[in-house]
Design a protein around this ligand. Structure first.
Ligand code: S3P
Ligand code: PEP
Length: 407
């Protein structure tokens, strides 16, 4: 279903409660399946986390995780150690184009039994769960950190733990650190030094624990963009956020200072406030925060300022090729964008076409990143319900700010 976003104005002050981080949730759901003594609060209501929950409790021979990349990668590792269980893990058309060979090769090196059902290197895969005898493996770290997190999540259940050697430049590092921090919060020991990560084995029950998932910072990014496009004085309060986040996308606080947005934290809330206009050209390396690239590109386009975004080599293998999708849709609106395999240059532009229909390519972040443009012009967001992959109530929340949205 397409949504029409009419040119809107938002209230001077508003508050939004954002669902739990999908990255933290999908890690903790897997850890809870391995360690039932773990109790979880504020789990994400995203499709990707519901699919993860369902997959972990299903007894069926075929598990379909649709578009959920973390679920695909994390469950590949999980099912590899479920002794005696045979599962075919599959997903959406796009999931069958998202590479998984680096992870499958690493698991096989550890002793796993995994075979490709279709194209070599891509889902679907057939996994025969067994005990993995080995504890050392090297893998390429520059394609997706999710392969590394997947191995780390099952590591403490291997007889001798796990020692990983990471080859090449390590991408999306905060997501690896998030995995290790969650293991640490559960009482599982790990070390990350240089290009080596080791996790100690754990055969005993852990001390029963309740862990509360922090709300999702990638989802918060759209409000940083909205505030950046608003008048000085506008503020939006978001909850529930912690003082020390495990999510790398909390880099938004520093990044959006460059757009005149200040963030104030108190009582598990953050207040985003527009304090100044700053329309100088921007340049950011997003190798540690790839999921906010679309948000930032659209903010810059909306403000008519040029930007250089680098560190984007993982964007081509996400829900869609996000570099091509950004270029295509920004150019439909009258902008000009150059892309390489790992970077995006947006030229400054002085106008935005009205009434343009934005294609979303089954990518929640395309829909959510372009929506703030309704503060400037009318536009259509195609297949608007794609947002449910990470943030099912996005449109209701925008409406509560004052966005005028019709079907
Ligand atoms: O581990 C995670 O939860 C994620 C890691 C990142 O992927 P890559 O490591 O493939 O960049 C990120 O883009 C994704 O949305 C979530
Ligand atoms: C890339 C993303 O998710 P995943 O890789 O888990 O599908 C995302 O949420 O932007």
């Amino acid at each position: 279903m397409h949504f029409i976003l009419h040119k809107s104005e938002i209230a001077k002050q508003s508050s939004i409660q954002i669902t739990g981080s999908k990255s933290e949730s999908n890690r903790l759901l897997l850890l809870q399946a391995l360690y039932p003594e773990l109790n979880l609060e504020n789990i994400s209501n995203s499709d990707d986390s519901s699919l993860m929950t369902k997959a972990l409790s299903s007894n069926s021979e075929v598990v379909d995780i649709h578009h959920a990349g973390t679920a695909m990668r994390f469950l590949t590792a999980y099912f590899s150690i479920q002794e005696g269980r045979e599962v075919t893990l599959t997903g959406s058309h796009r999931m069958k184009e998202r590479p998984i060979k680096i992870l499958v090769d690493a698991l096989k090196e550890l002793g796993a039994d995994i075979s490709y059902v279709g194209n070599e290197g891509y889902p679907p895969i057939k996994i025969k769960g067994k005990k993995l005898p080995k504890n050392k493996v090297s893998l390429k770290a520059n394609v997706s950190s999710q392969y590394i997190s997947a191995l780390l999540l099952i590591a403490s259940k291997l007889e001798n733990g796990l020692v990983l050697t990471l080859e090449g430049e390590i991408t999306s590092v905060p997501y690896i650190k998030m995995t290790l921090s969650l293991l640490d919060e559960m009482g599982i020991e790990s070390y990350f030094e240089g290009n080596t990560i080791s996790v100690k084995p754990n055969t005993q029950n852990l001390t029963p624990k309740t862990l509360t998932v922090e709300s999702d910072w990638s989802s918060a990014s759209y409000y940083f963009s909205i505030v950046a496009l608003s008048d000085i004085g506008v503020e939006i309060t978001l909850s529930a956020y912690k003082e020390n986040s495990l999510q790398g996308d909390s880099a938004l606080i520093e990044i959006y200072k460059n757009f005149g947005v200040e963030t104030f934290a108190s009582n598990n809330k953050i207040v985003l406030k527009k304090v100044a206009n700053n329309n100088t050209p921007k340049s950011f390396n997003l190798v540690n925060a790839p999921d906010i690239a679309q948000t930032i590109a659209v903010t810059c386009f909306a403000l008519g300022i040029s930007c250089d975004l680098t560190g984007l080599h993982t964007l081509k293998i996400k829900e869609t090729d996000r570099l091509v999708a950004l270029k295509t849709e920004i150019e439909k609106l009258g902008g000009k964008v150059d892309i390489t395999n790992e970077s995006l240059h947006l030229y400054a532009s002085s106008s935005i076409k009205s009434g343009v229909s934005i294609a979303t390519y089954h990518d929640h972040r395309m829909a959510m990143a372009f929506a703030p443009l309704a503060l400037i012009t009318n536009l259509v967001i195609e297949e608007a319900m794609v947002v449910s992959k990470s943030y099912p109530t996005y449109w209701e929340d925008l409406a509560s700010l004052g966005f005028k949205i019709t079907k």
